[in-house]
Design a protein around this ligand. Structure first.
Ligand SMILES: [Mn+2]
Length: 289
């Protein structure tokens, strides 16, 4: 039986009564280190049954927005170009029906399709990336759609702001310098108490697409990732930033990608599920935007 996010009753999870649509994309073709992110969406959906429906921080039950879970997309693992195009078309279809799209990866390449869809429908927006890696390689292992290149592709349709970064190759570091690309490194998050305002000041548009690679978080928060890097975002600083982002900007959609579940260790799965519901809660609170 397919899993629905939070296991909500039909009146809160039917397509026609739901504002939010969870789009699971269990795609994995270009990952470079540990495999298993194709199991990410199912692990998030399964863990979501344990997430409390009441948000104790926000003091509301955000599921009242209605949260529908779509059939998984691209589970047949097409070539990356084909996957990106299918994601783009599906997201456009959903947004045109007034839905708020939440993508669940799968590898980070899925975000290219979402960003292209948002560019088609919304025009101008900024992509805010939370990630250990800038993903700004032009090409990797023979593909422009490799998960190491996703922000390079997304910068073709929107400006980007990169947060939690602590790993770059020389090509990426030179591009960041040359183009003056805004990067808030993980080191700066630990050392600069004003990093949130600084990060927000780099966002020049009202609309934002938020793309989260689970490895942006510290491995103590989300150990289940395919390309772990020490020294990432902790839970509360991340939430402080994300809440402010939803308050001051119109977040037009978001995704959570690159969860690579660890067998018999549900911390990462549950944390990603809670993160998804928390962000839906922030959207719910600011839904006039
Ligand atoms: Mn990453």
């Amino acid at each position: 039986m397919p899993l629905d996010f939070l296991g909500l009753p039909p009146e809160y999870s039917r397509f026609d009564t739901s504002k939010v649509v969870i789009l699971p994309i269990p795609y994995e073709k270009t990952t470079t280190y540990i495999k298993g992110t194709d199991k990410g969406p199912e692990a998030i959906l399964r863990a979501s049954y344990q997430v409390e429906l009441y948000d104790e921080e926000l003091q509301v039950e955000p599921f009242h927005m209605g949260i529908h879970t779509s059939e998984p997309l691209c589970a047949d693992q097409p070539e990356p170009e084909e996957m990106v195009e299918r994601v783009r078309k599906e997201v456009i279809r959903l947004v045109r029906q007034g839905k708020y799209v939440v993508g669940l990866g799968g590898e980070h390449s899925i975000s290219i399709g979402i960003a292209r869809a948002f560019a088609d429908v919304f025009g101008t927006f900024t992509t805010v990336q939370i990630d250990a890696h800038t993903d700004l390689r032009e090409e990797y292992e023979g593909s422009k759609y490799n998960h190491a290149c996703i922000m390079k592709r997304i910068l073709e349709v929107s400006p980007g702001v990169h947060i939690g970064i602590r790993s770059m190759c020389l090509e990426e570091a030179e591009l960041v310098k040359e183009k003056n690309i805004p990067v808030i490194s993980a080191r700066e998050i630990y050392s600069n108490p004003h990093w949130i305002d600084k990060a927000l000041s780099h966002i020049k548009t009202d609309r934002v697409f938020l793309t989260i690679d689970a490895d942006g978080f510290d491995p103590s928060v989300i150990p289940g990732v395919g390309t772990p890097e020490p020294g990432g975002l902790l839970w509360y600083p991340a939430l402080a930033f994300l809440r402010k982002l939803f308050e001051v900007k119109e977040v037009i959609g978001f995704d959570v990608t690159e969860l690579c579940p660890i067998e018999n260790q549900i911390l990462s799965d549950f944390t990603c599920a809670k993160l998804v519901y928390k962000l839906i809660g922030y959207k719910y609170l600011t839904s006039n935007k």
